[in-house]
Design a binder for this molecule. Structure first.
Ligand SMILES: N[C@@H](CCC(=O)N[C@@H](CS)C(=O)NCC(=O)O)C(=O)O
Length: 337
């Protein structure tokens, strides 16, 4: 028995060793029977392990959707905690297959090697202050100290905004978000700044959430999305179309609860989405029921949004720009045909 196990292990190792160094990411993911997703370990609603160690969040669910498409199992994912500053180097190192961690798509990040597949959350930067400060606009923050996290677009936008409005800034910069929010909470800074999504989420971490207000100004565009390396177009397409499948399902009214029934639909768009008609998964290197698997295990984009960050969740974010294009938002998927 032992020798059979040893033989099988040897075969498996031999197989791994036999994979060329530049083997496609999909092959590597399949060979290790697990997707490795670079994740935010501390942002409720987006990426955060719960008390049982189960990772939860909108970004986390996008990782699970990729695993579901590949393995028909949303749990074949390892979530690797990544802080803001290390994102580009860890992605480049090959330690992760994809980074989905509230990361803003910018030109310099893209030319620097992070290949963004799309936008899974349209965001913008805002400010939070203590109510007792009596400030009702970011334009009244002249001379304020502001807690901010290092290695983020947040840090850069903060400096731009104060400079553009001729205001004096004391930026207090921290390596981790925990340090930044604690410092703000304990009175080290007058204000805390991050993406609006982060403000909704971090407010809940404060000792008295109701003592804080979010100011009305949104000072930047923060298109947050998944990124991959630039060396594997098929992998890029798998990550990109996973998000499009989630959007298409929402647009066509296909949900986790009704997806089996929808297999019998005679709507051609639904038939193509679910792989009942056509060969669309094959082009991605997946099975033709790739999107069915995603919806069956994870739900559609609207379901993911609502359960993690929507008005029924503790985070309470409105769909706003993240509504589908036909509901007044910007989320839009090219056709599956
Ligand atoms: N979207 C911005 C900010 C992303 C970011 O890292 N935000 C902080 C503040 S909300 C964060 O998620 N910190 C969590 C952590 O480092 O654990 C970027 O891409 O630079």
């Amino acid at each position: 028995m032992k020798s059979v196990v040893a033989l099988l292990a040897g075969v498996a190792l031999g197989f791994l060793a036999a994979l060329p160094a530049n083997a496609g990411t999909l092959d590597q993911v399949k060979a290790r029977a697990q997707l490795i997703c670079g994740s935010n370990p501390g942002l409720a609603g987006f990426g955060l392990p719960d008390s049982q160690g189960v990772w939860k969040g909108l970004d986390v669910d996008e990782c699970r959707a990729i695993a579901a498409a590949i393995f028909n199992d949303p749990n074949k994912v390892k979530f690797l905690p990544i802080n803001a500053k290390d994102r580009p180097t860890i992605l480049a190192s090959g330690e992760i297959d994809v980074l989905i961690r509230n990361t803003t798509w910018t030109l310099s990040r893209e030319t620097g090697g992070m290949f963004f597949t799309g936008i899974n959350f349209y965001d913008g930067q805002g400010f939070m202050v203590k109510k007792k400060l009596g400030v009702d606009s970011a334009l009244k923050l002249d001379g304020a100290s502001v807690c901010v996290q290092q290695g983020t677009t947040t840090e850069l936008n903060l400096a731009d905004y104060f400079r553009a409005h001729n205001m004096k800034l004391e930026a207090v910069v921290f390596a981790t978000d925990d340090e930044a929010t604690k410092a703000y909470d304990t009175g080290r800074c007058d204000a805390y700044t991050t993406d609006a999504s982060g403000l909704y989420s971090e407010r809940l971490k404060m000792s008295n959430p109701d003592d804080n207000v979010v100011l009305p100004e949104i000072i930047s565009k923060e298109p947050l999305g998944p990124s991959v390396r630039k060396d594997d177009i098929q992998w890029f397409e798998i990550v990109q179309w996973t998000h499009y499948a989630l959007l298409t399902a929402e647009e066509l009214g296909v949900t986790q609860a009704n997806v089996d029934e929808k297999l019998k639909s005679d709507n051609p768009s639904i038939r193509r989405l679910l792989g009942v008609e056509g060969d669309f998964g094959k082009g991605l290197g997946l099975t033709n029921d790739w999107a069915y698997r995603i919806i069956k295990h994870v739900g559609n984009y609207g379901e993911i949004f609502e359960r993690n960050v929507g008005m029924g969740s503790p985070i309470k974010i409105r769909r706003g720009l993240n509504a589908l294009w036909d509901k007044g938002g910007l989320q839009y998927a090219p056709p599956i045909r």
